[in-house]
Design a protein. Structure first.
Length: 134
């Protein structure tokens, strides 16, 4: 069963890797960290391809990549010598709302449900785990 959320992120990651490698002379400084970051995300997609538990966490994490779109637009505008103020504002807003607020809520949810999640993991993912708090 294909998952759209993972497919969209995987497609973006693949595009970004091809872009960075094709323009490695420009991105020499960032190439290793970007490839590592994208490799870890590909690994997470692969490891969770058939899981039911914790899948709610990954779309939240994928949403964090929304700010990358505005970051890339900002870099293009800078390269063209155009004003990138709107892209910078959009990047800051997307980064704050997804990577600070949304990730913060996810971490709080995981911490509040640590006992239930630990029980679930120790039972091999069977359904007898305690109910998660809302």
């Amino acid at each position: 069963e294909a998952r759209l959320d993972g497919g969209v992120l995987g497609g973006f990651l693949f595009y970004d890797i091809v872009h960075y490698v094709a323009h490695r002379s420009i991105y020499t400084k960032d190439l290793a960290t970007t490839l590592t970051h994208h490799g870890v995300l590909f690994g997470m997609l692969w490891l969770n391809r058939n899981t039911l538990w914790f899948n709610y966490a990954f779309p939240v994490m994928y949403a964090g990549e929304l700010s990358t779109l505005f970051l890339n637009v900002r870099l293009v505008y800078r390269a063209l010598g155009a004003s990138e103020q709107w892209a910078s504002i959009a990047f800051a807003a997307a980064f704050f709302s997804t990577r600070v607020l949304l990730f913060g809520l996810l971490v709080a949810h995981l911490v509040l449900n640590a006992d239930a999640l630990r029980a679930l993991l120790t039972r091999g993912g069977r359904l007898e785990c305690p109910r998660l708090k809302s």
